[in-house]
Ligand binder design. Structure first.
Ligand SMILES: [Zn+2]
Length: 272
């Protein structure tokens, strides 16, 4: 298997060297290549004129991928404003900056990035895993709204360093306390007090556990590629699909074993 990892420079605690060693340990026969940011890398392969055209097209596609209302799916007929396309265009020129506040449709975003992959890198045994600080979500038909996600498993797979902070829910007491502080008008106290009281109980920006946590999400992307099923029901397995921060910490940081015995055996069988 050929694995391409794309870096996300805005998160200094994410160490792709550490992730590479971890994959090597799990899948010794795989070939791993670490690349810079996905968009910068693939745009650089194009000729100057083609690159200009591609960037204008991408800027418009990205502006269309933006979720405008959490309670409404994307509308293909929507025409983004010039300013929104301009914003995306500037972002394309400076990919290493942290983005704030915008939620994209994750599958649409992955589809846009897929358009940048050269045909010779699209074989079944080639896996592209993109780290990004963009926040993305998926539309849930059941409750008819978007939910922020940590990862999308597709070609390419996307893993968000912002999503890991924002998508899994924090402990219930966190929200209760935040509500109480806010009701009293103590916004600053809420910030300081909450971060202090709950330190360690959720993954924060630039968390020193970032690399360790992300190993599990990379494993999920690889499992998705190998078997079509990225998740496990065992709450201590790296492949557990966590919806709460405490579940993330249990499965990725405090897990007594790396993979559960069933997945350990499955991986062994896949490798033999
Ligand atoms: Zn498992």
């Amino acid at each position: 298997m050929f694995i391409y990892l794309y870096d996300e420079a805005a998160t200094p605690t994410l160490d792709l060297g550490g992730i590479t060693n971890y994959i090597k340990d799990k899948l010794p026969s795989s070939q791993i290549e670490v690349r810079e940011n996905f968009i910068t890398f693939h745009l650089a392969r194009l000729e100057r004129r083609g690159r200009e055209e591609k960037m204008s097209h991408l800027a418009e596609e990205l502006a269309r991928a933006k979720v405008r209302k959490l309670g409404a799916p994307l509308n293909d007929l929507f025409v983004p404003l010039k300013g929104e396309i301009g914003y995306e265009r500037r972002r394309l020129e400076n990919q290493n900056k942290r983005v704030a506040g915008i939620l994209y449709d994750g599958f649409v975003l992955s589809g846009i990035l897929q358009g940048l992959l050269p045909p010779e890198e699209c074989a079944l045994n080639q896996v592209h895993i993109v780290f990004t600080n963009q926040l993305f979500g998926t539309w849930d038909e059941h409750d008819r709204r978007y939910h922020a996600r940590v990862s999308i498993y597709n070609k390419p797979s996307l893993i968000s360093t912002t999503g890991i902070v924002e998508a899994p829910a924090k402990p219930r007491e966190y929200y209760l306390l935040k509500q109480q502080y806010t009701a009293l008008g103590m916004y600053d106290a809420a910030e300081v007090g909450l971060k202090g009281n709950f330190r360690g109980r959720f993954i924060d920006y630039n968390d020193e556990r970032m690399t360790r946590v992300m190993k599990g999400y990379v494993l999920q992307a690889l499992m998705h590629q190998l078997t079509g099923e990225p998740f496990c029901t065992d709450k201590s397995c790296r492949l557990y699909n966590a919806h709460w921060q405490e579940e993330v910490i249990r499965s990725q940081v405090e897990n007594p074993y790396d993979l559960c015995p069933a997945h350990e055996r499955m991986l062994e069988a896949l490798l033999s």
